[in-house]
Design a protein around this ligand. Structure first.
Ligand SMILES: [Fe+2]
Length: 200
C-alpha cells in the first residue's frame, strides 16, 4: 500500500511539474506575441530590443518564482566541481530554453556578456552579481560593482557587451537560480555566454 501511495504521489508531482512548465512556457510565448509587430516575422532577430518583451519575460519569471512545482528536487541537485545546469524545458520553435542552475558555495560563472537575450531569477540562497564595463580600446572588462541577489531577485539583459556580469555564490549555503535564454535547448551550453577577459 505504501509503495502504491508513493507512486501516486510521484505521479501527481510530475503532473504538477508539467503544469508549472506549461505555465512558464505560456507566459514566455505571450511575451513573444506581445512584442510582435503586425506583418513582422514571428521571431524577430533580437526581441529583447522591444521593451514589451523584456517586461513580459520579467513577468514570466516573477510568476515562475511563485510556482513551487516548477523546479523539481532533481533539478535542484548540485555538483561538487562547478555550478550545475539542468535543462527544464525548451521551446519547440527554438526561441528559448529554460534551465535551473545550482551553485554550491564558492562556485562562480566566468565573466561574460551574452550572445542572446537572457533573464534569470533567484529561487534559493543568495548569489553575488558583479557587473563590468567593456573597454573597446583595451579589449577587456573593468569591474564596476558587486551586489547581492537575494531570493526573488529578477534580472533581464539584452545581448552584447553593454551587459557584462559574473554570478558567484559567495555564501555558505547552496543557491538555485532559474534562467531563460533566447536559444534552442541544444544551444544552451554553446550559444549563450560570450566570455570576456578583464582589461589589463
Ligand atoms: Fe549571464
Amino acid at each position: 500500500m505504501l509503495e502504491a501511495a508513493s507512486a501516486v504521489s510521484a505521479a501527481s508531482a510530475a503532473v504538477r511539474h508539467a503544469a508549472a512548465v506549461a505555465r512558464l512556457c505560456g507566459a514566455l510565448d505571450a511575451a513573444f506575441d506581445a512584442g510582435r509587430r503586425p506583418g513582422a516575422p514571428e521571431t524577430p532577430a533580437d526581441p529583447a530590443r522591444h521593451a514589451t518583451f523584456a517586461k513580459g519575460v520579467r513577468a514570466a519569471l516573477a510568476q515562475a518564482l511563485a510556482d513551487p512545482d516548477l523546479v523539481t528536487a532533481a533539478q535542484r541537485e548540485g555538483s561538487a566541481e562547478k555550478y550545475r545546469r539542468h535543462l527544464i524545458a525548451a521551446d519547440p520553435h527554438g526561441r528559448y530554453a529554460i534551465a535551473s542552475l545550482v551553485w554550491q558555495p564558492g562556485h562562480a560563472s566566468p565573466i561574460h556578456a551574452h550572445q542572446t537575450w537572457c533573464g534569470y531569477a533567484v529561487l534559493e540562497g543568495t548569489l553575488t552579481e558583479t557587473l563590468y564595463r567593456w573597454d573597446e580600446a583595451r579589449s577587456g572588462a573593468d569591474t564596476v560593482r558587486s551586489h547581492p541577489r537575494a531570493p526573488g531577485a529578477i534580472s533581464f539583459g539584452a545581448s552584447g557587451r553593454a551587459n557584462i556580469h559574473r554570478l558567484s555564490n559567495d555564501s555558505a549555503a547552496s543557491c538555485v537560480s532559474l534562467h531563460v535564454y533566447g536559444v534552442a535547448g541544444e544551444q544552451m551550453a554553446t550559444h549563450v555566454n560570450d566570455i570576456v577577459a578583464l582589461a589589463v
